[in-house]
Structures are given as structure tokens and as C-alpha cells.
Design a protein around this ligand. Structure first.
Ligand code: CU
Length: 119
């Protein structure tokens, strides 16, 4: 009987551990908001173990593309091709290399932000 109780306690501890790790995962998301045809913030730091969440808070669509920002500040290799982001939707992106990146909306000229990806 005693071992049964101990077993239940272990299960309870395991469950609470699982829930706390789920919360920790939520903190591994960095958000960039699309609002009023701007990215907010306009400069953001993301760790390699974090996901970038691109959230469209506008009542119309955007089309974000992420590319590597070269030393001469030009956009190079595209790491996330543009796709339609409907109003009030979100998508997550995970970087595989540290560096400087630019996110750009292919619909709205001048709607850009810089993303710094660090270890
Ligand atoms: Cu846009």
C-alpha cells in the first residue's frame, strides 16, 4: 500500500515536471508583431534554441521573407521564403545559424526589421 502511494506521488511529480517544462518551452518563443504595416520591434534578438513567432495583428495579409544580412547590409540567401500570412494568424520559424538577418514584407515596401540570432 505504501509503495502504491509513493507511486502516485512520483506520477504527480512527473506530471508537474512535464507542465513546468511546457512553460519553459513557451519562454523559448520570441515574438515579432505585424501591426499597422510595421514589424514590432524593428530589431530583435533570438537565441538559436528559441523560435521566432511572426504574428499578424493586422486585419489584412502580409508576406514575410527572411534573408541573411550580408556585411555590406545587403540581403543574401533567403532562409524563409515568403508566403501569405492571413490576418490574425501566426507562424513560427527556427534559425539554424547565428548571424544577422532581415525580415521583409514582400507586399509592403519598407516594412522590414533586423533579427540578430545568437548562440
Ligand atoms: Cu505587409
Amino acid at each position: 500500500m505504501k509503495s502504491h502511494v509513493t507511486g502516485l506521488i512520483s506520477v504527480a511529480m512527473l506530471v508537474s515536471l512535464l507542465f513546468s517544462s511546457a512553460r519553459a518551452d513557451d519562454s523559448r518563443i520570441v515574438q515579432i508583431i505585424e501591426k499597422d504595416i510595421l514589424y514590432n520591434p524593428s530589431s530583435i534578438t533570438v537565441h538559436l534554441n528559441q523560435k521566432l513567432r511572426i504574428k499578424n495583428d493586422d486585419p489584412f495579409f502580409h508576406k514575410s521573407r527572411i534573408s541573411v544580412l550580408d556585411n555590406d547590409n545587403k540581403e543574401g540567401e533567403v532562409v524563409m521564403p515568403a508566403k501569405k500570412e492571413e490576418a490574425h494568424t501566426q507562424q513560427d520559424f527556427k534559425f539554424s545559424m547565428p548571424g544577422h538577418y532581415k525580415i521583409r514584407c514582400m507586399v509592403h515596401d519598407g516594412m522590414t526589421a533586423v533579427i540578430n540570432v545568437v548562440n
